[in-house]
Design a protein around this ligand. Structure first.
Ligand code: GLC
Length: 440
């Protein structure tokens, strides 16, 4: 059973931690960055909000199947007005031609402004683009690779801000200036810092997973060009790709290989596929298939359960809820919806497997966070987290708190939800960008 549920040994967890740290260090050097699986990008954001941010901003949030356009009004660092519209990005747009994707984004911005701000006034805009980028400055971000459910053509290597600006030009009649592009983890860190001044790490546990943190500039050894005397900068780790060079193969199981094979972009984003919200349900389903093959779970599998994607991350949360409450009602609902017959023993084993999947997720995430806490050497550090996996899972936060405390003994930390980091964070970063520009 232990190989089936892939519990991690203490030695493995310590090895993950040390490999993560060396991958980070490698990723921060010019010579090593190609070998490191972590994309470790300088975001060129040298400052966090200072509580004086005031003004009206637009924010865009692209990363999942919904694209959001937002109007945000800030007064002294506080959001006093918010207005957002959501647009679904259908599969053909996500997987089609890049120009079509960006034309779609421009059309959404245009529609939003026509409907909500038809006076044609000028806005500065912060763009949350939740994909790995090589940033050249706060407002230039070259897409390194698509992840999650996007694979539009002609975008890799291109500047997402330029593609957006070109599309806005083609559309016409949109008076905006894209002043900053950022990852959702950067947005979450910034929003987190606005809520809690001790915040130095932003994490996304959503469809995908990633973290950003505040790094000392002297440690960002690959940074060429002017530093303008700044001491710290936000670094986007892109930990979803951790292990793409094989350094995590010692914890990779058959289940993980199967999940990868079924994903849109195979053989990439190893770490993210171990627990990201887009994949966790499939991790559970693959475990269920294995347990069934070994004769310990479900006598006959339903057609639905045999189908990839049958279990979702929401199901993982539901089954976990039963484990916490000592009930079986959610298990029954989930299996019922999947037209799966079961015995009372099946319910016990299913919940157990689900608990193992959850615990592994929490340990993997915590291994990396404990390394970051030790690296940051702060007396107290808050970790801002956002994303559906974190919000909906009934005990992931608690498990993480315990695991981090064990792995980073003596480090004082708080884990907290920074709701809508990718939206509000983009507004705040646009405000910080205005401040930086005003100094030049
Ligand atoms: C994927 C993206 C990363 C993003 C994360 C969470 O890992 O590559 O940029 O931060 O998903 O949305």
């Amino acid at each position: 059973m232990s190989s089936l549920i892939f519990a991690l040994t203490d030695e493995q967890v310590q090895r993950i931690r040390s490999v993560f740290l060396s991958e980070m260090e490698l990723g921060l050097t010019k010579e090593g960055q190609q070998q490191s699986s972590l994309l470790m990008e300088n975001t060129f954001l040298p400052e966090l909000p200072n509580g004086h941010e005031t003004g009206e901003f637009l924010a865009l949030d692209l990363g999942g199947t919904n694209f959001r356009v937002m109007y945000l009004r800030l007064e002294d660092g506080q959001f006093v007005e918010e207005d957002a519209q959501m647009f679904e990005v259908d599969e053909s747009t996500r997987l089609g031609e890049g120009t079509r994707l960006f034309d779609f984004l421009a059309a959404c911005v245009h529609q939003f402004l026509q409907e909500r701000h038809p006076d044609g006034r000028h806005f500065e805009l912060g763009f949350t683009f939740s994909f790995p980028m090589t940033q050249k400055s706060l407002d230039v971000g070259l897409l390194q690779t698509w992840t999650k459910s996007f694979n539009a053509s002609g975008c890799v290597g291109e500047d997402a801000v330029r593609m957006l600006n070109d599309a806005l030009q083609r559309r016409g009649n949109v008076n905006v200036d894209v002043v900053a592009i950022m990852n959702d983890t950067t947005g979450t860190l910034v929003q987190g810092a606005a809520l809690d001044a001790r915040c130095a790490i932003g994490v996304i546990l959503g469809t995908g997973s990633n973290a950003a943190y505040i790094e000392r500039v002297d440690r960002v050894r690959k940074w060429e060009g002017e530093h303008n005397g700044i001491k710290e900068v936000v670094v986007d780790i892109e930990w979803g790709a951790f292990g793409d060079n094989g350094v995590l193969d010692f914890v990779k199981t058959d289940v993980d290989k199967a999940v990868d094979e079924l994903s849109l972009l195979v053989h990439s984003f190893t770490f993210e596929k171990y627990f990201g919200g887009k994949y966790l349900g499939e991790v559970l389903r693959q475990c269920v298939l294995k347990a069934h093959e070994r004769g310990v779970l479900l006598e006959q599998l339903s057609e639905r359960v045999r189908t990839a994607g049958a279990f979702t991350t929401k199901h993982v949360s539901m089954l976990e809820k039963d484990t916490i409450d000592g009930t079986i009602s959610h298990c029954e609902t989930v299996l019922g919806a999947l037209e799966q017959s079961y015995s009372p023993a099946d319910l016990v084993i299913l919940r157990y497997i689900c608990a193992c999947v959850t615990v592994r997720a929490s340990v993997l995430i915590s291994a990396c966070l404990s390394v970051l806490l030790q690296r940051l050497e702060r007396e107290e550090c808050s970790i801002a987290v956002d994303g559906s996996l974190f919000k909906l899972h009934p005990r992931l936060a608690t498990l993480m708190e315990r695991a981090i405390a064990t792995l980073a003994p003596g480090r004082k930390f708080t884990l907290f939800l920074a709701e809508d980091g990718s939206g509000k964070g983009a507004g705040l970063v646009a405000a910080v960008a205005r401040r930086l520009r005003s100094r030049n």
